[in-house]
Design a protein around this ligand. Structure first.
Ligand SMILES: Cc1ncc(C[n+]2csc(CCOP(=O)(O)OP(=O)(O)O)c2C)c(N)n1
Length: 334
């Protein structure tokens, strides 16, 4: 593992880390609320971001925003929240309401995070299909002499595909401004990483494309953030892409339609359930005197309330109208 010591590479200020903490904690609160909604039969589905929130927010917060674009993993709630998706907006998507800013109620929650105003690119759920898109957009930005950097996130399952190879190869050849972030939770539904990669150190694939590769503990938010800031600076200065591999644990089943007890051992599940990047980050902040335990608890309760209120509010919003079914699907006026 690359020697990224969080303390030695303190990449941000107290305010920046507290902002990151809020996004991480909001992601957890929204995710937990979704599980409750699914159990209550109010929401249809959850593809949980629990365990992923530290790597998602830590990396996305390294972008300065005005010109940068996110090409997100379908599990990337934390990344999209960091780009500005609010609790109410997310719940509009969860309940597939007409005013859902992501797909106007046309997809399962997380099925599509496209949000142009927040510079979040629409992707399909076909695994890895969004990686060549990120490379293509970065190529376009290069030709147009734009200063944009593209963050493209995905799971370990994406790394065994042709799309992964083509995207990283193309990005390496043209020294494109893409930061590829692999959220390696060790599983692609029920397929373990050992069936996906001959070499489990996925970041080493970067060397084959002539690009920078780094492996970080994805539950170590400051380490992720430092690695991402370095990668963004590299991309912006024309030195090309980076592959960041964040090692994490998937806490829940692949989705609420899956039962991980059928393919993970009881010990592994117990270990995953005890894993919490949010608490780990809060301890790190507390050690520096930047966030007290009582303040962390106050924020947790406030965000849980915000997530619950957002859900209750969104559920009451109008559903899409049948006559609007084809709106935003085909170009209007055709
Ligand atoms: C090309 C393709 N094959 C299969 C699927 C079904 N599928 C959806 S998610 C998934 C697993 C992907 O795992 P990974 O990339 O590691 O991400 P994770 O969900 O674990 O975060 C699969 C196989 C798909 N969406 N696209």
């Amino acid at each position: 593992m690359a020697d990224l010591k969080a303390d030695a590479q303190l990449a941000g200020t107290r305010e920046e880390y507290l902002r990151i903490h809020r996004y991480v904690a909001l992601t957890k609160a929204l995710d937990d609320r979704m599980h409750i909604l699914v159990k209550q039969g109010r929401a249809p589905f959850v593809g949980s971001a629990r365990g992923h929130e530290g790597v998602q927010v830590g990396a996305t917060a390294a972008f300065d925003g005005s010109e940068d674009w996110l090409v997100p993993h379908y599990r990337g709630l934390g990344s999209v929240v960091t780009m500005g998706l609010t609790a109410r907006e997310w719940m509009l998507a969860v309940f597939a309401k007409a005013s859902d800013p992501l797909t106007a109620g046309r997809n399962i929650p997380g099925g599509c995070f496209g949000y142009r105003q927040k510079r979040v690119v629409t992707v399909s759920q076909v695994v890895a299909s969004w990686l060549p898109k990120a490379a293509g957009m970065a190529y376009s930005a290069k030709l147009l002499k734009r200063d944009s950097v593209f963050l493209c996130s995905f799971g370990d399952g994406a790394t065994s595909t042709g799309d992964f190879h083509e995207a990283l190869n193309f990005a390496g050849v043209h020294k494109l401004a893409v930061v590829f972030v692999c959220e390696n939770n060790g599983w692609a539904i029920s397929v373990p990483l050992s069936k996906q990669a001959g070499n489990p150190d996925l970041y080493r694939k970067a060397a084959g494309y002539g690009i920078a590769g780094v492996q970080v503990d994805g539950s170590d938010v400051p380490a992720v953030h430092a690695a991402a800031r370095e990668a963004v600076a590299r991309a912006r200065s024309g030195e090309g892409p980076t592959l960041i591999e964040g090692l994490i644990k998937r806490i829940n089943s692949h989705t609420s339609e899956d039962n991980q007890a059928r393919y993970r051992t009881a010990e592994e599940i117990a270990e995953a359930l005890a894993y919490d990047p949010v608490v780990k980050f809060e301890n790190w902040l507390a050690e520096r005197g930047w966030l007290s335990t009582s303040e962390a608890e106050r924020i947790r309760l406030e965000l849980e309330r915000e997530a619950g209120e957002a859900a209750d509010w969104a559920e009451q919003q109008p559903d899409p109208r049948a006559e609007d079914t084809l709106r935003n699907v085909y170009s209007e006026g055709c």
